[in-house]
Write a protein that binds this ligand. Structure first.
Ligand code: ADP
Ligand code: ADP
Ligand code: MG
Length: 445
């Protein structure tokens, strides 16, 4: 049984995990950097421990400091949230060695899926179709060239250790290939400490649709449907919705059955997300798997009624899933807008202090945030200020609620993405549910 959990994260996800702990009767211990002394995740936890100076490398990414805090606080488990150490194999290994339960899959699964080229190979062998491209990391330029010619330009070069929308490069012709390859490798080396690059077909105007997976330690697997995440900027999600307006019921259940088959053969534990890319003809390909809770998990909670963070904790405690695939019913529609401290025109981060704040509520509106009046958005960390989530009986209903809530979300002192969300919500393409990952590029032109 887990009685005390250390939360190795900050911001809204730390608060989200505290909520789950409270509701399960588990004590929550938060950690914070010097810059986060006045953060609500510190105040709302049962205990809090300072783990270092402001830069993430010295605090939220400092394995030694976090494990020391966990030892001092005498916790049974660590929840890593998303980002930071959530997909760090070494961290999961150290937790295990210290007899602290890492809330997530074992280090081997993290390593396997964290290496994106190997993940594709594994999933292909388990029966999923993958984006056409190299079978693993490319050895040298000659191999890259020959595969690129075979699949045809444009191609995408991707860092095998990449994530967070970084480490990707589109190459339109053979002329640019050598130069792009050299740049991509050296960038990957400095950003991720791994220069490995794989290549795949660049799918034009695709949709990003991902499926939520839960597997308990007895191998029981439930697929909680999909999330449509095609509204992106710089390959990062901005608006998500569930269910996807593009998927037919038949396609949804076809993929759920396929994933059930995959996870009956692939040893995994905890929550995970399988990301697919869909081309214009409805063909879908495995892209990558994230072995953690996802930023946009609330929209799945809204349409299934299942608390994903509580389920993660129960699975880590060794409990069996209390529902099976047949019990899962999708009802209504949910949308999430990521409210970031960014200039809505340039989408560049705008750190600063919130000096006035009103957070909307009401029927069908959920806000996951750690923001308060006086909160300083720091340049050291992610620019996410709040996740505004709405739920309605229909897609139209969820959009109306979102429009109402966006106009009631009052923040002064910093610029946010709220005006951009409003413009997107009013666009014909969004209202019709007719969009792909290229939406924002065309929209801003
Ligand atoms: P999601 O996949 O849940 O939608 P994002 O891609 O927005 O999430 O990433 C969630 C957070 O994790 C962001 O703060 C992002 O910068 C960070 N992140 C994700 N993967 C990595 C990685 N490999 N390296 C560094 N940061 C990452
Ligand atoms: P990350 O690990 O950063 O989340 P992903 O591999 O999930 O990286 O890709 C992020 C986004 O980049 C996708 O949601 C999609 O918009 C775009 N993308 C990735 N691969 C391709 C591809 N082969 N063709 C077109 N777009 C792609
Ligand atoms: Mg991804």
């Amino acid at each position: 049984m887990i009685k005390r959990i250390l939360i190795a994260n900050r911001g809204e996800i730390a608060v989200r995990i505290i909520n789950a702990c409270n509701e399960l009767g588990i004590e929550a211990i938060s950690v914070y950097s010097k810059a986060d002394e006045n953060s609500v995740h510190v105040e709302l936890a049962d205990e809090s421990i300072c783990i270092g100076p402001p830069p993430a490398a010295d605090s939220y990414l400092n394995i030694h400091a976090i494990i020391s805090a966990a030892e001092i606080a005498n916790v049974d488990a660590i929840h890593p949230g998303y980002g930071f150490l959530a997909e760090n194999e070494k961290f999961a290994r150290v937790c295990k060695a210290c007899n602290i339960k890492f809330i997530g899959p074992d280090p081997e699964s993290i390593a396997l899926m964290g290496d994106k080229a190997t993940a594709k190979k594994t999933m292909r062998e388990l029966g999923l179709s993958v984006v056409p491209g190299s079978d693993g990391v490319v050895k040298d330029y000659e191999e890259l060239l020959s595969i690129s010619k075979e699949i045809g330009f444009p191609v995408m070069l991707k860092a095998t250790a990449g994530g967070g929308g970084r480490g990707m490069r589109i190459v339109y012709s053979e002329d640019e290939l050598m130069n792009s390859f050299n740049m991509a490798s050296s960038e990957a080396d400095s950003a991720f400490g791994n220069s490995g690059i794989y290549v795949e077909k660049f799918i034009e105007n695709p949709r990003h649709i991902e499926f939520q997976v839960l597997v308990d330690s007895y191998g029981n697997c439930v697929i909680l449907g999909e999330r449509e995440c095609s509204i992106q900027r710089r390959h990062q999600k901005l608006i998500e919705e569930a269910p996807s307006p593009f998927l037919t019921d038949d396609k949804r259940w076809e993929i759920i059955e396929k994933l059930q088959e995959v996870f009956s053969k692939f040893k995994y534990e905890g929550a995970g997300t399988v990301e697919f890319i869909f081309d214009r003809d409805g063909n879908y390909y495995f892209m990558e798997m994230n072995t953690r809770i996802q930023v946009e998990h609330p929209i799945t909670e809204m349409i299934t009624g299942i608390d994903l963070v509580q389920e993660q904790i129960k699975i880590a405690s060794g409990e069996k899933l209390s529902f099976s695939q047949e019990d899962i019913k999708f009802s209504g529609h949910s949308i999430e807008c990521r409210i970031n401290a960014e200039d809505p025109e340039t989408l560049r981060p705008t750190p600063g202090t919130i000096n006035r704040l009103f957070i909307p509520g009401g029927f069908g509106v959920r806000v996951d945030t750690a923001a308060y009046c006086g909160w300083k958005i720091l340049p050291y960390y992610d620019s996410l200020v709040a996740k505004l989530i709405t739920f309605g009986n229909s897609r139209e209903d969820a959009i109306f609620k979102m429009d109402r809530a966006l106009s009631q979300f009052l923040i002064s002192g910093i610029k946010t993405t709220i005006p951009l969300h409003q413009r997107i919500l009013h666009s014909k393409a969004f209202l019709e549910g007719n969009y792909n990952t290229n939406f924002l590029n065309e929209f801003n032109r």
